[in-house]
Every structure is written in C-alpha cells, then in structure tokens.
Ligand binder design. Structure first.
Ligand code: KE4
Length: 430
C-alpha cells in the first residue's frame, strides 16, 4: 500500500489543524504511522486519496450500520438540502424522527435532539442533577461518554473517593462531583454509593462497553445497578450512543430488559450526520427548558439535513429487523474465523463479541473491565496487528481500546478476505 498523498495531506493539515485531525483517535497516535485520508466510501469499502481500497470495520465509529453512502440516506439528505439547510425554527421532520425513535426504544416518552454524543451525555447528566437536586455522578473507568468536563476524570486514590481530572483544563471543582467505579463490579458500586449517601444524582454507563474494546455486562450487573439506583433514589443513565439502534432496535434496554431512566444516543440515530439525542419518561424530560428549569439549547439541534439522514436510517432499521440478525450472524462468522486464524499461530488473544460489536484483545486473560483491557493493550501486538491488516486492505480502529463495527453491506466474501488477512498477519505476531 502506498500512502504518499495521505502523507502530503497530513503534513498540510497539521499546519492549520491541531495534530492534523479534528478528533484525536484519527491521528494514529496509538498505532503509529500516517493517518489515511479518505477520498470516498461506498457500502463496506473505503477508498483513500492514494487509490487504495479497504474493507471498513470502523464505519465512522458506528453510524454506517447500513454501509457508506447508503442510497436512501443520501437521497433523503440531497432532497432536504434543496429546501434549505438550517432554519433555527421547528420543522415537521423533527417530530417524525422523534415519534419513530420513541416507538422503537423502551421506557422513553420524549426525546431532545442535539449535535453529538458528547452533548447528549452532558445534557443527560445536567438533567439528572436538575431533576434530583443532587450533584454527584458515578461513571465507570473505561467508559467514554464524550469530552464534557464531568467525564474526563480518572479514579482518584482509594476505591471510593471522588475522581481527579484526566485532562488539563478540567478543574478539581468539577472532578469532585464525579465518582469513579469499576465496570462489572457491583460491590464497588455499592461502596461508592454508601460513601456518598444521598449525594448522587445518577449512574452513567455504557450498558455494553465499547470504549475498552467491546465488553458486555457481566450476568446480573445491569440488574444490580437498577436495584442499587432504585434503593438509593439515583437515576440510571444508559449511554447508548454506540449501542443504540445497533444491538437491537430498542438497544440494550430491549436486549437486557433492564430499564434506564435516561438514554442517550448518537452515531446511528444521525445516519452519519451530526446528531445526538437524550430521552426519558415525560416526568423527567419536562424538566427541560422551555417548559422546565433545566437549560439546554443548540443552534443546529434538529437540523433538517441531519434529521433526514437519521430518519431514513431509522426507518430502514425499524421496517426490517432482520438487519440486526444479519449483522449479528456476520459478526459471529467473523469471530469464528478470527479465532481459528489466531489460534493456528499460537497467538495469546481473547475476542469479545456481542451482537455486531467485536474486539480482539492480545491477552489470554478475560477482558472484563478497564484494568484487564489496559493490560491486554500494553504490548506491541495490537500495533502490528493493525498495520498488518491495513496492508492487506482491512481497516480496523487504530486503537486497542476500540470496537470493530460490522455493517450490513459487508459480504461473506469480505469476511473471508478479512479472516485470510488475519491468518497472514498472525504469522508475523511473534
Ligand atoms: P461524540 O461526541 O463523539 O459524537 O460521542 C461521544 C461518545 C459518547 N458515548 C459513547 C459510548 C461513545 O462511544 C462516544 C464516541 N465514541 C468514539 C469512538 N469510541 C468517537 C470517536 C472519536 O472520538 O473520534
């Protein structure tokens, strides 16, 4: 693979954009090398500016569940754009997609659209604080909810003390209201709640973690969180930015049967355009301005083009639930093939998978939380694996902490090509 033009474009980009990218993970810092500049994409394939073709397992970090440039989505956006791109006034399509999302997802009556997953999670936490009148939140190490200050926190000293900032610019004042817990460890959550009795507004988590690689909840974990929240008057927020409209039409609430109080969305709900959203029962959502006291706003919230893209995608997913079974079967097929390819070369690895989310971890130990995910990522295997696959025309996330995303446009020939590439690369992972 030759990357001359990507390399030249990256040099130019770095002169005027910090790190040459508009989101850090794109810069290949974790895997080394030069980020690839995309020229175009269609279906399961990316075409870079050097004419290289890749089978895409990032799919824009999740939104492209039907494949790139999916014609009904493109048509909807083009048609809408002819009528104007933004008004800052209510439009009918916002109600249409709101009605559809509310009909697809359990336990929500109303939804507010924003412009990113970060904005959705930030707003959901403010709403939980406003609704409960309490300040503290619990988040889990390794779960990512976007770059709002309250989330850029790492575990402080001691298991039940508040967190400390993990980015300059985040204040101790903010950090003191974010408590850190261990994913899949109910006992630890109970300790944190007990040490902060009556002060916690919400627990926020990815109900299936996707930012430590893919880590499903342990049996009983979500049910246990629901029980602890009910016993302590705490709202449970499911961050379904990644899992929403991917793991099922109704997301993890549908899969697990566990009821969240607030659910956040992003990625798929926007069909590839900038959309986030948060939703809850009426009692909670009516706390939002303009009818309630909790302020939240956005110039481009409910943007007609973004709503058109999201509505086209949600309609197709809602009218054809077989898509979820199909991408789940493709993921299972890929899992089996990757497992055989890596086992044949005596590589130490473990694969996590749920629905159409899958991740390869280069450790023999189970990866069940951030500590075990970090341990598995603390070697050079992933870097070699990433670049080896890239050279074979397979584009996976340039970080060991990310999940592969399967899209419906992937054929079984694509999966076989991926498995064959993995087998070839496995030979180099000495
Ligand atoms: P955005 O603000 O990036 O739209 O969404 C933040 C977010 C919230 N919640 C979850 C569960 C998420 O996965 C994300 C964003 N995901 C990352 C990929 N793991 C986005 C990629 C990036 O930062 O460029």
């Amino acid at each position: 693979m030759k990357y001359q033009r990507s390399s030249a474009l990256f040099t130019e980009a770095q002169k005027v954009i910090p790190g040459g990218v508009n989101s850090p993970v794109r810069a290949f810092k974790a895997v080394g090398g030069t980020p690839i500049f995309v020229e175009k994409a269609k279906g399961a394939y990316l075409y870079d500016v050097d004419g290289n073709k890749f089978i895409d397992y990032i799919n824009s970090w999740g939104p492209m569940i039907l494949g790139h440039a999916h014609q009904p989505v493109v048509n909807a956006v083009v048609e809408k754009a002819q009528k104007g791109t933004s008004f800052g006034m209510p439009t009918e399509i916002e109600t249409e997609i709101a009605d559809l999302a509310v009909s697809m997802v359990p336990n929500i009556d109303k939804i507010r659209f924003v412009n990113s997953g970060t904005e959705a999670c930030m707003s959901a936490v403010r709403l939980a604080r406003g609704f409960t009148g309490k300040d503290k939140i619990i988040k889990f190490a390794g779960c990512y909810h976007g770059h709002s200050d309250s989330f850029l926190i790492q575990a402080g000293s001691g298991a039940v003390t508040f967190g400390t900032p993990n980015s300059p610019g985040v204040t101790e004042g903010t950090a003191k209201d974010t408590l850190m817990a261990v994913f899949n460890d109910l006992e630890n959550v109970e300790q944190v709640i007990t040490a902060n009795k009556g002060e916690i507004a919400c627990v926020i988590l990815e109900p299936v973690a996707g930012n430590m690689g893919c880590i499903p909840p342990a049996n009983g974990f979500l049910e246990g969180l629901r029980k602890l929240c009910d016993e302590n008057d705490i709202l449970l927020i499911f961050d379904e930015v990644m899992t929403g409209f991917r793991l099922a039409a109704g997301g993890v609430q549908e899969l697990s049967g566990v009821k969240a109080d607030i659910v956040t969305f992003g990625k798929v709900i926007g069909g590839g355009l900038p959309v986030g959203a948060f939703a809850a029962r009426t009692e909670i959502m009516d706390y939002l301005a303009p009818i309630g006291p909790v302020y939240q706003a956005g110039t481009l919230s409910g943007n007609p083009l973004a709503m058109a893209a999201g509505l086209a995608m949600l309609k197709e997913l809602n009218e054809n639930h077989e898509i979820f079974n199909s991408i789940n079967k493709k993921t299972e097929y890929l899992h089996k093939g990757l497992h055989e390819a890596l086992t044949s070369e005596n590589v130490k690895f473990t694969i996590n998978r749920i629905g159409s989310m899958i991740s390869v971890h280069f450790s023999e130990k189970p990866v069940i939380d951030f500590t075990s995910a970090a341990e598995a990522a603390s070697n050079n295997y992933f870097k070699k694996f990433f670049h080896g696959l890239l050279n074979e025309g397979i584009y996976i996330a340039p970080s060991a902490y990310e999940t592969w995303f399967i899209c419906e446009a992937l054929s079984y020939e694509d999966l076989d090509a991926t498995i064959a590439a993995c087998k070839k690369v496995a030979k180099t992972l000495d």
